[in-house]
Design a protein around this ligand. Structure first.
Ligand SMILES: Cc1cc2nc3c(=O)[nH]c(=O)nc-3n(C[C@H](O)[C@H](O)[C@H](O)COP(=O)(O)OP(=O)(O)OC[C@H]3O[C@@H](n4cnc5c(N)ncnc54)[C@H](O)[C@@H]3O)c2cc1C
Length: 441
């Protein structure tokens, strides 16, 4: 049986891979010259040469079971390195570290949390209270999708400093929005699964190669039933009353037994206006990646969360010479000239890493993704569609579908697996691929 998939981001690729493993003949049509979608690297000018840089550092956590499963299926799991220590830096350079200690979950952070230097005792007690409240609230599920995370945290006795220096840094990078915008359910779910549900869930996976290598088109050649067509934009869908009859690729009809859209929802709305996704009117949040290369190493840390400034994280490569800075929910940088962004980043970074001020900069690049992630605000969960549609042979994948996750690689792969399950069910070959969010010990 033949399956046509629109979109070669992680959702489309994950669906394609497992369907091909089941023996379906799968064609993926991707408009760009490369696969991976928003998990992208770009070739940037570097003097006479070019340098390949990720749009922004992409990270995962050990609780991302579907993504890890997909990386294993692709045979690239060894290209992700896991880190079990998080460093928080204050302006001035004072460091605090968080890592699992000897106690079992959910108390595994108790020792390192007590030693954090950027929170007072009153702040720590507030955060501990908040964590207990998260644990109690988690079983209520999407019922918590009615208020913002900030409203919920304030109702649970958080101090201003705990909000600004703990909850905001943890959640703005996970959900790509500020606490006043994020739905309480999204915040509670991420904190519970990442920090409370299992001792190793929080460990942070950082790819050791650019995303373009992790998800390179060659990886998909190992699957004989799967054909990835790059530079092949889908230009429309033809449908009767209850089934799709063709998908147009560069204007030419492609016919299949089932169709999967793994397109971003705004693109899908434009190409298939009759389809009701529920996502009409949902907006996006931006992310900025700032890449700075220095003549000498400026830090020995692999990464750190940066408190109280515009830049929120750095991740290092090349022994501390190349730093990728991340600014999530980066609206303040949207219209700022790139040279000003670089100057601001350098000035702020020097507050955390004194070496920066005296080390020559040998390269600087800024990547702004204005539609990086959907906004996971209160009420969003009800809008998110499942894999099935009003058309019996047309299925939805994409991180915006009702995965429970914010816009993440985990959500994208999970959605792809669920769309593949729906295709299998429709074709009379039931199969399971999706992994429920699990605790890892
Ligand atoms: C800068 C940035 C940083 C991020 N950081 C993280 C992170 O640290 N951790 C994390 O888990 N997630 C992160 N994310 C989010 C994550 O990248 C996305 O949620 C995920 O990759 C979305 O996958 P998707 O397959 O659902 O959608 P997409 O990746 O958007 O895939 C859709 C695909 O469809 C293609 N397409 C569009 N129109 C057409 C057409 N007409 N025909 C054919 N193909 C078409 C697109 O080119 C794209 O390849 C980040 C995102 C960005 C932008």
């Amino acid at each position: 049986m033949r399956i046509a998939i629109a979109g070669g981001g992680l959702a489309g690729l994950a669906a394609a891979w497992v369907l091909a493993e089941q023996g379906f003949a799968v064609d993926v049509y991707e408009s760009r010259a490369f696969a991976g979608g928003r998990a992208a690297s770009y070739s940037m000018p570097d003097g006479e040469a070019t340098i390949q840089l990720d749009n922004s550092q992409h990270i995962l956590m050990r609780c991302c079971g579907n993504l890890i499963d997909f990386l294993q299926r692709l045979g690239v799991q060894h290209l992700v390195r896991y880190h079990s220590t998080f460093t928080f830096l204050e302006p001035g350079g004072r460091a605090s570290r968080m890592a699992a200690g000897r106690l079992p979950a959910p108390l595994h952070f108790a020792e390192s949390f007590a030693a954090l230097r950027f929170l007072s005792l009153a702040d720590k007690l507030a955060v501990a209270r908040g964590m207990m409240a998260v644990r109690r609230a988690f079983p209520r599920g999407p019922l918590l999708d009615t208020v913002s995370m900030e409203q919920w945290l304030r109702a649970h006795g958080q101090t201003e400093t705990a909000l600004r220096r703990f909850w905001q840094p943890v959640l703005v990078s996970a959900v790509n929005e500020t606490l006043d915008v994020i739905s309480a359910w999204q915040g509670i779910r991420v904190v519970y699964l990442g920090f409370l549900a299992g001792k190793r869930n929080y460990e942070m996976g950082v790819p050791t190669v650019p995303l373009a290598q992790l998800f390179a088109p060659e990886r998909f050649q190992g699957q004989p039933q799967l054909r990835l067509h790059v530079n092949s934009p889908v230009t429309g869908f033809e449908a009767g009353n209850d089934a799709v009859t063709a998908m147009a690729v560069k204007g030419e009809p492609v016919r299949a037994d089932a169709y999967v859209s793994a397109l971003p929802f705004a693109r899908l709305h434009a190409l298939f206006p009759r389809l009701e996704t529920g996502m009409q009117g949902v907006s996006h949040s931006p992310i900025a990646g700032i890449h700075l290369r220095f003549a000498r190493p400026v830090t020995a840390l692999p990464h750190a969360a940066l408190l109280d400034r515009t830049i929120q994280w750095f991740f290092t490569q090349d022994d501390g010479r190349l730093l990728s800075l991340v600014v999530s929910a980066s609206r303040t940088l949207e219209t700022m000239p790139k040279q000003d962004i670089i100057a601001l980043a350098l000035q702020e970074l020097a507050e955390f890493l004194p070496e920066v001020a005296s080390t020559p900069l040998t390269g600087a690049w800024v990547v702004r993704e204005t539609t990086a992630t959907f906004v996971a605000s209160p009420g969003m969960e009800q809008k998110r569609p499942g894999p099935n549609t009003a058309y019996s042979n047309f299925f939805l994948a994409g991180e915006f579908t009702n995965t429970g996750w914010p816009s993440t690689m985990e959500g994208a792969v999970y959605s792809g697996y669920r769309a593949a399950e729906a295709v299998c069910a429709r074709c009379g070959q039931p199969a399971r691929f999706a992994i429920a969010s699990a605790a890892r010990r």
